[in-house]
Design a protein around this ligand. Sequence first.
Ligand SMILES: CC(C)(COP(=O)(O)OP(=O)(O)OC[C@H]1O[C@@H](n2cnc3c(N)ncnc32)[C@H](O)[C@@H]1OP(=O)(O)O)[C@@H](O)C(=O)NCCC(=O)NCCS
Length: 313
Amino acid sequence: MSIIAEENKATKITARWAVNVTDWRPTHEQYTLALNSIQTEERERILRFRLEQDQKSSLIGRLLLRWLFHTVYRVDWEAIRFGRSANNKPILISPEVNYTHNSGLLSDPKIDFNISHHGDWVVLVSIENFIENRKQNLNVIGVDVMKIEVPNEPISQFFEIFRDQFSEYEYNTIKPPNLSEKEQLQRFYRYWCLKESYVKAIGVGLNMKLSDIEFRLADDELVDDGEDIKSIKTKTQLYVINEPCPEWKFEESYLDQSHCVAIAYYYKQKKIHKSGDDAVTARNTVVGDDDDETLPFKVLDVNDILQYAKEIS
Ligand SMILES: CC(C)(COP(=O)(O)OP(=O)(O)OC[C@H]1O[C@@H](n2cnc3c(N)ncnc32)[C@H](O)[C@@H]1OP(=O)(O)O)[C@@H](O)C(=O)NCCC(=O)NCCS
């Protein structure tokens, strides 16, 4: 069995899903079914977590991954098999992904996905990409959700602890005197989510100097109240060791008053070869930018997913 993915778009975000962990209060039977519906090694890993919240969050993440390939790519629940990269990023092992090539494009398609859990939320994002340059394995996506918590120590001391993770520019913009402590904390977590989403997209885990990854925010404060809680910011720019990376896009938003989330993805323009050397570069049909296809996270209910889940032996 193989997956047939959509071919007419160079880059497409196929899922932005969120589940509220605290809202899921499973019966014993539901919890057992959920645990039995994921791969054995993941089940064993999850059962080693001491805290129920950690178990539930990680379990929901695994169910969301299966739900993605079951509903979006129509794969039988039991046929889906995940592994992990050398740095632990979850990857699809089987089935293989086959793409239809009706336009004759030289493409190197790939589906990528990522999970994050913190506080009350688990999120999953996924992307389909058609990258012309096979040498660049950058068809990737990452996500990070953070609960904004007031630290125990004074806020300036708290920022100081993480000083080394930020560039000079970032650190100075976290705590200007015109921002209230709440706003400073919001900005701190905004940067945190951005950095993590990028690190998770490229899958390097902790093996990267975080202060080398610098984000420059447009003049669009991400705030957690009023109507603005629904807004999605897409103008933040990435610089890696002072070099701009315009091909990287970010979507930042709030899931509720105390949880911010960032998605990072590599955004490639698609080359359409009309004939011979008459080639044109088409605007990508995605996501972010001016296309207005940037969508909010869709909140899912775990019990709905469990209706379709199958036990895996
Ligand atoms: C593991 C890490 C990739 C993310 O960890 P995290 O932010 O604590 O946790 P999240 O909930 O966002 O992500 C965890 C999920 O990411 C996925 N993941 C694990 N390793 C990954 C990697 N190398 N790349 C991408 N995703 C990864 C997994 O699905 C994992 O969940 P699971 O183990 O239950 O399946 C790593 O980057 C980390 O620990 N970062 C924290 C470092 C830090 O100090 N950051 C400061 C920012 S200013």
